[in-house]
Design a protein around this ligand. Structure first.
Ligand code: HEM
Ligand SMILES: [Ca+2]
Length: 649
């Protein structure tokens, strides 16, 4: 069957808690849509396939229409226009690179109406596709890369997008849309061809830019909650209840207690952690990365304060944030992406940096976050490895099956800190993407989400989400990328790693135009030196280029850092991050590369580090020669809502 509505709602409730602003916008859109639906029924005689402007005018005499219109615009004006949001800002719509294809042209998910045929065939149910093609009880390993590569993918995906769903609690949802209508969506008017269409669009609750929003949040309220404002030191707030065995801090807990995170049956409660992104407690490696960045911010803030005693706490905070944000960009573009899309695609779709381009829209696209960048779900390891100091299975905290580790921060606080997990992700090989073993059954049969006992199926969720968002099919996206459409099983078999898989997909979908883009993209044969096929390499490459070139505050953009500062930033690595902020004392030079211990490992003394002296503010005649910090303070305060382009005039 479809994903069970009750389980779905639990998931929505806890996995993707949205900020009040996001909820308000979506609520307004929801009311508007419902009213329109009622209206549409009432104006049926005049209404044919296209809801054109004159017909809307007729309808507007109806009080219901004007009520909805007013309701929607009031909220729209308050939340959008007053804050003057621009490209890439939080709480704006995911952009469409191809128009949405809803079943009714407006909002109904593809495949929703079983009588509606697509190219003469019904779409197969997501759950059927998942169990017959995508679920695997084991995974191949990818001996080139470490599991950290996978974890970085999940971590950075949370910096770029969160498509939230409503809890449904304050919106009465009619039965026909329980599975799908809970999306926080927004309606926008756009023209396609000559007809006007009113279509459901989805929101991105976080900033599209790679700007460490997962560390600092994406709204002023969340940002100040995460800061240590009383310490007057420019640091982030830390957990006041627990520290690690060496006295290093943990992330603070969420404020709404008791939280829904799982607990050790014995001992004190350990609540869900909070960070700039609400999904922080989902998995132990993810939480460990968040913890490392919290510690790194505070480490850098302390160093900056030490060398620039005259800086205000605000200045220290903003400059540290600017550095952390740059490091996120560097790790992603220099260390992560070339391994994912391969050096050739990197060159082809991204290429060398040529400066800020104000004509580029840096917003995350719907297809990127709903399909392409979910490729990582096929690289989730069914096992969480936990290693001791000599990189063997930890004697007290052994390996765990993945489902026993989700939403379980107690396993960090009570089971040896982040170190066993960190050694596990650098010391074990990544899971491989391969068409015959796509998603581990740990996430298709046993995915757990907080306080529900019901299990979710991540493969089916991904497919359903694509249909819910009205994403065009696999072939349309191939054409979008300048790749050949597939017509026959032979065409497809050439593209896929495995002919039997191609056959099974053809059997289920019947027509190649019906293949869901997430599935089609995932089974393509990997490009040389990459972990994606040609379609996903294109979609990910284009997105990353937009995120870089459309970012006025990209770390390499003019005026953001001095030349010396850039040179220091480039010395940074995830290995260094681990060395400086945990008890792990030996690491590979590039922690994304998998190598045997001890031959591929070196002591932390041998890992290059940034010399922060280039941030020392020079004094001239007793007065500091200002860095760009105050300028950036303005920018960072406002980036949550506004695109940086605004500041460039
Ligand atoms: C243990 C590992 C992981 C788990 C349990 C997990 C789980 C999930 C879940 C439950 C969703 C929401 C699905 C939906 O309702 O549509 C999601 C979304 C997503 N995941 Fe993962 N994921 C993991 C790892 C990854 C990795 C490694 C990547 C990429 C390399 C990734 C990329 C994404 C993206 C892009 C989204 C959509 C974000 C949005 O727009 O809201 N995930 N993941
Ligand atoms: Ca962001």
């Amino acid at each position: 069957s479809w994903i069970k509505p009750s389980a779905f709602q639990h998931m929505l409730k806890f996995l993707r808690q949205a900020e009040p602003e996001t909820k308000q916008i979506s609520r307004a859109a929801e009311v508007f849509q419902r009213t329109l639906r009622v209206l549409k029924k009432r104006v049926t005689p005049r209404y044919n396939d296209e809801l054109t402007a004159p017909e809307l005018d007729v309808a507007s005499s109806d009080w219901l229409y004007s009520f909805a219109w007013q309701y929607f615009w009031t909220h729209f004006m308050i939340l959008f226009v007053r804050q003057n949001p621009r490209w890439g800002a939080a709480n704006t719509a995911l952009v469409r690179w191809l128009p949405a294809e809803y079943e009714d042209g407006e909002s109904e998910p593809k495949g929703w109406n079983p009588e509606r045929l697509h190219n003469g065939f019904q779409l197969p149910l997501p759950r059927t596709v998942s169990s017959e093609i995508m679920t695997s009880s084991s995974k191949w390993t990818d001996d080139s890369y470490s599991q950290l590569l996978v974890e970085w993918g999940q971590y950075i995906s949370h910096d770029m997008a969160m498509t939230p769903q409503s809890t449904g609690s304050d919106v009465s949802i009619d039965a026909s849309c329980l599975n799908t209508c809970e999306n926080f969506s927004l309606f926008s008017f756009f023209r396609s061809g000559i007809s006007q269409a009113l279509q459901r669009q989805q929101l991105n609750a976080v900033t599209s830019f790679i700007d460490a929003s997962a560390v600092y949040g994406h709204s002023p309220k969340l940002e100040s909650f995460l800061r240590d404002l009383s310490g007057r030191n420019g640091k982030l707030a830390v957990n006041d209840q627990f520290k690690d065995p060496k006295g290093r801090p943990y992330l603070p807990f969420v404020t709404r207690l008791p939280s829904a995170c799982h607990q050790d049956l014995q001992g004190e409660r350990v609540e869900c952690f909070s960070a700039g992104d609400s999904r922080v407690s989902e998995g132990l490696p993810l939480t460990s990365l968040h913890t490392l960045w919290l510690r790194e911010h505070n480490r850098i803030a302390e160093a900056l304060k030490h060398m620039n005693g005259h800086w205000s706490p605000e200045m220290v905070y903003q400059e540290a944030r600017k550095i952390i944000s740059a490091l996120h960009q560097i790790i992603t573009t220099r260390d992560y992406l070339p391994k994912i899309i391969g050096p050739e695609s990197f060159e082809h779709y991204i290429g060398p940096y040529r400066g800020y381009d104000p004509s580029v829209d840096p917003s995350v696209s719907n297809v990127f976050t709903t399909a392409a960048f979910r490729f990582g779900h096929a690289t989730i390891s069914p096992i969480l490895w936990r290693l001791n100091e000599s990189f063997h299975e930890h004697e007290r905290f052994p390996h765990l099956r993945l489902h026993n580790t989700l939403f379980s921060p107690w396993r960090i606080v009570k089971e040896g800190g982040i170190e066993p997990v960190l050694r596990g992700v650098i010391g074990s090989a990544a899971s491989a993407v391969s068409a015959d073993m796509l998603l581990a059954d740990e996430v298709t049969e046993r995915l757990v989400v907080l306080d529900t006992l019901q299990h979710m199926d991540l493969a089916a969720l991904n497919l359903q989400r694509g249909r819910d968002h009205g994403l065009p099919g696999y072939n349309d996206w191939r054409e979008f990328c300048g790749l050949k459409r597939i017509k026959t099983l032979d065409d497809f078999s050439v593209l896929v790693q495995d002919r039997r898989v191609a056959e099974r997909i053809f059997d289920l979908y019947k027509d190649p135009d019906n293949i869901d883009v997430f599935l089609g993209g995932l089974v393509e044969r990997l490009l040389p030196g990459s972990r994606t096929g040609p379609l996903f390499a294109c979609l990910i490459g284009r997105q990353m280029k937009a995120l870089r070139d459309g970012d006025r505050f990209w770390w390499e953009a003019d005026g953001v850092f001095t030349r010396q500062q850039k040179e220091e930033l480039l010395k940074f690595s995830l290995s260094r991050l681990i060395c400086d902020n945990s008890d792990v004392g030996e690491v590979p030079l590039d922690s994304f590369i998998f190598g045997k211990y001890p031959s591929h490992y070196g002591s932390c003394d041998r890992i290059p580090s940034m010399n922060l002296d280039v941030w020392r503010e020079e004094m001239s005649e007793g007065q500091p020669v200002k860095l760009l910090s105050s300028f950036f303070s303005y920018y960072f305060k406002n980036r949550c809502f506004r695109a940086p382009g605004q500041l460039s005039g």
